[in-house]
Design a protein around this ligand. Structure first.
Ligand code: G3I
Length: 365
């Protein structure tokens, strides 16, 4: 997705004891439960990840290795989130910058830190036309590209084998607009429509323990041709036994938040027999209603297994000017944070009555 596509898109839209045990059992079994009408106080947590876990879900964030030394950033990361997606460090331009030469250092820094803190990992992403080194995008021979793609998948998934909850195996392969077809890319142009199936089959063999996801943006509105194109692909894959376990809906929204059909989209994909995951959530200006609507849509679909926001503080965001996240630039909780926690069934902490230190930032952390 290039900046123009992203910004064009934004312009347009721009928990009682038995219950806890049941939620716990469901969580272990990987089954989320629908949102309880009103969570009893004993099941209400005061952080995003802990509260999501009450219904067998996760609440995660994208993480940048370069920000882990920032104590405000890492304190929030460890307190609030139980799922971590490396924002850029597992992408092809970092992991295999030149053919056959792998660099897992930046992603290992994120992965090892997360694992040591009991946070699970999403792998992002194996096959994507963007952040792709030119030695790949310049390949002109189908057999060479097929070998390179499968070797990349096997090498990267092999390095993280058994450590990744879900991989975005293929990212953003469908075209924007009304075609419902695949976008042009070196993979599509040389290997044809079948490259997605081949990537998923290779991925299943590389790490059978990982959930395999197709991830994309602008597939949140049920009526959009792109959504329907992805739906037809997933339905076909499930009918033919092509290994796929989930659909990642990136959910980069404008100020209006999710489309009215968002829950229909989530439940329709889930009805095909896959999980749905909100994988890159951010909402321009972070309206509380928009975040509430997004979270409630997920909570109302049992196979919506978790939500990942695409960054921690507004200043960490790829779209920082939109102030789209749950924490402000000083790491203070925004109103959207409290709305999100409440929609998950939790109880926002009482507002701090301690006057901020003379020189320090005011507000909550
Ligand atoms: O690592 C280089 C650094 O060496 C260099 O000095 C610097 C300045 O040029 O650039 C750095 O690379 C940047 C990279 O982020 C790491 O910070 C790239 O320029 C920049 O384009 C890249 O942006 C990322 C973007 O994907 C690229 O498409 C964003 O951080 C990241 O949040 C964003 O995430 C994507 C998802 O992967 C897929 N879905 C859409 C989402 C938003 O675009």
């Amino acid at each position: 997705m290039n900046d123009r596509e992203r910004h064009d898109r934004h312009g347009r839209r721009r928990t009682s004891t038995l219950g806890l045990i049941a939620a716990g059992v469901m969580a272990v079994a990987g089954i989320a439960t629908a949102a309880p009408a009103t969570a009893s106080p004993s099941t209400q947590a005061s952080t995003l990840g802990a509260q999501a876990a009450q219904s067998g879900r996760y609440f995660g964030t994208a993480v940048a290795a370069g920000r882990l030394g920032d104590s405000t950033y890492s304190t929030i990361l460890d307190r609030e989130f139980n799922m971590v997606t490396p924002e850029n460090e597992m992408k092809w331009d970092t992991t295999e910058r030149s053919r056959g030469s792998f660099n897992f250092g930046p992603a290992d820094q994120i992965a090892n830190r997360a694992t040591s803190r009991g946070q699970r990992l999403r792998g992002h992403t194996l096959v994507w036309h963007s952040q792709l080194p030119s030695w790949v995008s310049s390949i002109g021979d189908a057999n060479t590209l097929r070998s390179v793609m499968n070797n990349h998948i096997n090498s990267v998934m092999g390095h993280y084998k058994g450590k990744i909850y879900a991989w975005d195996v293929v990212n953003e392969a469908f075209a924007d607009g009304g075609s419902g077809q695949h976008r042009s890319s070196v993979f599509q142009n040389l290997l044809g429509d079948g490259f997605i199936e081949e990537a998923f089959r290779t991925a299943r063999s590389a790490d059978p323990a990982a959930k395999l996801c197709y991830n994309d943006y602008n597939i949140e509105n049920w009526n959009d041709a792109k959504t329907q194109g992805v739906y037809r692909m997933v339905r076909d894959f499930k009918a033919r036994g092509v290994p796929i376990d989930c659909v990642g809906l990136q959910s980069h929204f404008g100020t209006g938040g999710p489309p009215a059909s968002f829950q229909t989209t989530l439940s329709s994909f889930a009805a095909l027999g896959v999980d749905v995951q909100i994988t890159e959530l951010d909402i321009a200006q972070a309206p509380t209603t928009a975040y509430t609507n997004t979270v409630k849509a997920c909570m109302n679909v049992p196979r919506c297994t978790g939500i990942t926001v695409w960054g921690i503080r507004d200043t960490d965001s790829w779209r920082s000017g939109d102030k789209p996240l749950l924490f402000d630039g000083n790491g203070n909780k925004k109103a959207a944070y409290n709305a999100t926690l409440t929609a998950l069934g939790g109880t926002p902490a009482a507002r701090s009555t301690t006057p901020p230190a003379a020189s320090g930032p005011s507000g909550l952390r």
